[in-house]
Design a protein around this ligand. Structure first.
Ligand code: URA
Length: 233
């Protein structure tokens, strides 16, 4: 017997938490009956998600994509915009881990491994994410320190971050920003909190896993060592 949300995540439907949402929304049926949160599945059960059969566990697949701007980080977009799924052509049903904004580019992992997706996005695990941000205007040292110590966004102070200035002139500042929270539009909101606008944002690393020289829109499969590394983060 296995919990339904784990079964669905293992089958590559979505992360465990997103599967819980599907269950709450009544999108999941076990043997013809709408499933409830906390339900379990046993061998031979007939599981449907949005009336489509969910099969046995597929082979685990781990992809590192260089997301370009102009793509949404979802499997499907209600507004008909291009999604990151348009860039990845594999036979396995993978989905993006976490989110990058429509106009943000950079490192995005896609997988069908619900356990790993959960691990990488769970706030408790404090996985470092590193971004290159170009900001309008010159970032003062007092503002850089404020960002590192934490600023209030959406009523809650951000956790300590690392902000390194790479280049600065009167018009722009290029910084490397490392955060471990994954709040909505966090980097942009942090700079907004010190009165600065982010003009360009790119994620270059998750932990020690780096985007490297991968071109925009290209992807590669993670190596076994990289997968092991992420599982142990
Ligand atoms: N922070 C943001 O503001 N946007 C992203 O896409 C990622 C982090």
């Amino acid at each position: 017997m296995i919990r339904l949300n784990k079964y669905l995540a293992d089958c590559g439907v979505a992360s465990r938490r997103e599967c819980d949402r599907l269950i709450v929304d009544g999108a999941v049926k076990i043997n013809g009956k709408v499933a409830v949160l906390g339900a379990t599945v046993k061998e031979g059960d007939h599981v449907l998600v949005n009336d489509k059969r969910v099969g046995d566990k597929q082979k685990d697949c781990y992809i590192l994509l260089h997301k370009p701007k102009g793509y949404v980080t979802t499997v499907k977009d209600d507004l008909g915009r291009k999604t990151v799924m348009d860039l990845v052509h594999v036979n396995v049903r993978v989905y993006p881990v976490g989110r990058l904004d429509y106009d943000t580019e950079g490192l995005l992992i896609l997988t069908n491994d619900g356990e790993l997706a959960n691990r990488l996005t769970h706030p408790r695990n404090e996985v470092n994410k590193t971004y290159i941000a170009r900001i309008s205007g010159s970032l003062a040292e007092s503002e850089r320190l404020a960002l590192e110590r934490g600023v209030v966004i959406d009523g809650v102070k951000t956790a300590p971050a690392r902000v390194k200035i790479l280049q600065r002139d009167v018009h722009h500042t290029r910084c490397e920003v490392t955060i471990h929270e994954g709040r909505n539009r966090q980097v942009k909101k942090m700079f907004e909190a010190v009165g600065k606008e982010v003009e360009f944002l790119k994620r270059v690393a998750i932990g020690d896993l780096r985007l490297g020289g991968l071109k925009r829109g290209d992807y590669r499969f993670l190596t076994e060592n990289e997968v092991e590394y992420l599982k142990n983060l």
